[in-house]
Design a protein around this ligand. Structure first.
Ligand code: SIN
Length: 302
């Protein structure tokens, strides 16, 4: 089986003259070559943007010149900054979140644990997420992504009919339970070194979004559900919605639809948060990991 015809990933056919792509897995992901993010040209950016929507997740190695300001500038080429629901950002850079776990820190639950899409409980979840690696363990601390567009395409026509028009309740209730279990003082929340400043009530109330959403750029449909924030389906009881969401949560994260990245320092990853789920691994106690993240504002999913 092959998910995409070979032409789909052919740089010549795709008109990529200013960048080169190296697919990471059959389902998704590609390394982008020949780009220095700190000096990216307009032509390169247009091709990078096209590659993002084609591969769903793209990454760049060896970005040693890249500063926080360069990441901010690149983020703004995709659109306005999104509002991060969890943190306030770092000093002087309110739209940049630092994700950090020190070598000495041992926690049951890390930021990004469990398959999720970024902040789907918001009215307008982020469209695109960008993550730069500063300090990386020698092994462990990988990130996994999955392609929910492919997952939708490979459902049966009957299942597509069943879920068409349904709305999923996206809420941070379970995630906040995990956070508060680790540290039950409501005004002093953190995950390891990451201080969380958030409106918990709003995040738990969440929003109802289409279970099948249509990408505003590509027009393609994808599943919009995950194993962290999808709590129920509008108009259904928990007993009715749970088996369906359990199935979809399993299906959307099937290994065939995934790619997995072994990080190096000075990498930048960009993913299409409208249709990617991702998951961080809590498997590197004793080593330090530091990343910086920015997000691009999205629209109300339709
Ligand atoms: C995230 O969920 O945005 C963080 C992923 C990671 O740290 O690998």
């Amino acid at each position: 089986m092959r998910f995409y015809p070979p032409e789909y990933f052919d740089d010549k056919i795709n008109g990529y003259t200013a960048i080169r792509t190296l697919p990471l897995a059959s389902a998704m992901g590609a390394e982008i070559l020949d780009v220095d993010i700190a000096n990216i040209s307009d032509e390169q950016f247009q091709q990078v943007k096209d590659a993002l929507f084609r591969y769903k997740m793209i990454y760049f190695r060896g970005q040693t010149n890249m500063t926080i300001e360069d990441q901010e500038a690149l983020t703004l080429k995709f659109g306005d900054f999104g509002t991060d629901a969890y943190t306030n950002g770092i000093e002087g850079h309110p739209n940049v979140q630092r994700l950090i776990k020190e070598a000495s820190t041992v926690v049951d639950w890390i930021f990004g644990d469990g398959w999720h899409t970024d902040s789907p409980f918001l009215e307008k979840p982020p469209a695109v997420s960008l993550l730069q690696s500063l300090d990386i363990p020698p092994y462990g601390g990988d990130t996994w992504w999955t392609n929910a567009e492919l997952a939708y395409d490979l459902l049966s026509d009957k299942m597509k009919e069943v879920i068409s028009g349904l709305k999923v309740h996206m809420s941070a209730a379970w995630v906040l339970q995990n956070v508060t279990k680790a540290k039950p003082v409501m005004n002093d929340l953190s995950v390891g070194e990451i201080e969380l400043t958030m409106d918990q009530q709003k995040m738990v109330k969440g929003n109802f979004h289409p279970l099948v959403r249509t990408h505003p750029v590509t027009g393609k449909k994808s599943l919009y559900c995950d194993c962290s924030y999808s709590m129920g389906i509008e108009g259904m009881t928990q007993e009715e919605s749970k088996p369906l969401l359990d199935f979809l949560g399993w299906h959307v994260t099937r290994e065939e639809f995934n790619c997995r990245l072994r990080w190096e320092p000075n990498m930048l990853v960009i993913w299409d948060n409208r249709l990617c789920l991702h998951k961080a691994f809590n498997d590197y106690d004793g080593y330090r990991r530091e990343m910086i993240r920015t997000i691009v504002d999205g629209e109300i999913p339709a």
